[in-house]
Design a protein around this ligand. Structure first.
Ligand SMILES: O=C(O)[C@H](O)[C@@H](O)[C@H](O)[C@H](O)COP(=O)(O)O
Length: 234
């Protein structure tokens, strides 16, 4: 991996600013080529990092379609809902309407049905000429998971469809829907943000030793954003 794809930034405010600029740059580039731009979001610490900077950016909001790289199968009233966190912390500060955000149906009868419904909604944003998502913003857990793809979990191997579901996530809540690894790899731009010392060993194993043992190590052509602690073992 070329070192230009690894950004280590000490201050969280600056990290959030740089991440915003990177997003802006990619969106402006894509705007010349296509009408709608799809942006997949992850939960966890990424939410606050995006919330502090995105509202300041001049983006073609009406042309953006935000969706979730993974989502917990819980009601939108739950503190565990990634959509609800984004709604409370970010979306309400942006000039968005219903059609800008593609979300799961939390009232689906099962997590499998929820995944199918979510896949159908996502497929509507893809076209015959363009079958890949544009930008995915990923997180990484201290166990090397990304999206809801966990190490040694069968969900990691699912290769059919663009979305899959799991019922036994090692990180609660247990029921989740997630893009498959293949879908993630097909996206045009993949950005991962990892902060904190607990990520540093796996960051080193993946970036320095080129380990593919962890889900995050199986995502190709990643653009990395690390804070000093996460990058401390490089
Ligand atoms: O549903 C989730 O839990 C998230 O989508 C998850 O995949 C997250 O991105 C990582 O666990 C990193 O989270 P942190 O950045 O908070 O460590």
């Amino acid at each position: 991996m070329s070192s230009t794809n690894i950004n280590i930034i000490d201050d969280n405010e600056i990290l959030s600013e740089k991440l915003g600029f990177q997003l802006e740059e990619i969106v402006l580039q894509l705007m010349n080529k296509k009408q709608l731009i799809t942006i997949g979001l992850s939960g966890g610490s990424l939410i606050d990092l995006l919330a502090s900077n995105l509202p300041r950016l001049q983006l073609p909001w009406a042309r953006l379609r935000f969706f979730f790289v993974d989502e917990r199968f819980v009601p939108f009233t739950s503190d565990d809902s990634t959509y609800a966190s984004y709604q409370a912390k970010l979306f309400r500060k942006l000039p968005l309407t219903e059609k800008n955000v593609i979300k799961i149906d939390p009232d689906a009868t099962s997590v499998e049905q929820c995944a199918q419904d979510y896949e159908n909604k996502l497929l509507e944003t893809l076209t015959e000429d363009d079958k890949s998502f544009d930008i995915l913003l990923l997180g990484m857990g201290p166990d090397g998971h990304t999206a809801s793809l966990f190490p040694d979990h069968p969900g990691l191997k699912v290769d059919q469809g663009i979305v899959t579901s799991i019922k036994d996530s090692p990180k609660p809540p247990p029921e989740r829907v997630t893009l498959t690894l293949t879908t993630i790899n097909q996206a045009k731009y993949k950005i991962v943000v990892a902060t904190g010392e607990s990520k540093s060993t796996i960051v080193r194993e993946v970036l320095q030793d080129k380990s593919t043992k962890y889900p995050i190590g199986q995502v190709k052509d990643l653009i990395w954003y690390l804070d000093k602690a996460a990058g401390s073992k490089l």
